[in-house]
Ligand binder design. Sequence first.
Ligand code: E4P
Length: 229
Amino acid sequence: MKFFIDTANLDEIREVHGWGILAGVTTNPSLVAREGGDFVERIHQICEIVKGHVSAEVLAQDVDGMEREGRLWARVSPCVVVKVPLTTAGLGACKRLSADGIKVNVTLCFQAGQALFAAAAGATYISPFVGRVDDVTWDGNELIRQIAEIYALDADIHTQVLAASLRHPMHVIQAALAGAHVGTVPYKVLKQMVGHPLTDKGNQMFLDDWKKVPDNDIGGQVARWLANR
Ligand code: E4P
């Protein structure tokens, strides 16, 4: 499973990009509004940092308006993936944009039938919202599993399952097990996933033991060994 970060915060994106794990970014109007500033400039800056797929959402609600905004978004950067809601207009816009080679992320998916329609409309990504499904007492992970299984049955479907609304580390692990191609994960959850007290403890023990060695400059030792070969 590839990792995207679900944020419009540049510091968070820069930091996680530095970890070497980041394949892309998802934003939505709520996330961009939270950061303030110019929406388009923000998306361009994110594309410059990540150079992977960056979702930017249309705000129009009719098919012509979505197509127009989507074509404009696609000119901001080749990294931009146009995000459209899973409405009939969104599906129509997805069909028009993807027919012209513009990548589309169809978002706000809450049932497998919607995911089938997104694939039929040529979506690059379908975004099922795991946490929001859990919020209404169904099983968000079961939704990922159903969509991944249905897509795998049809060799003509190339739409990738982008598990969204992941709220804690187990959501991420379960989405990977259920067959999601991508997980878009908030910064806070990525931080929870990368750290483990036993990793820190073990690392400290290695460092403490190595300090007891008289010549403990390992860089110097390796350089000398290489020079004397
Ligand atoms: C996905 O693209 C959305 O931005 C996001 O995952 C929504 O998550 P939330 O339900 O936690 O707001």
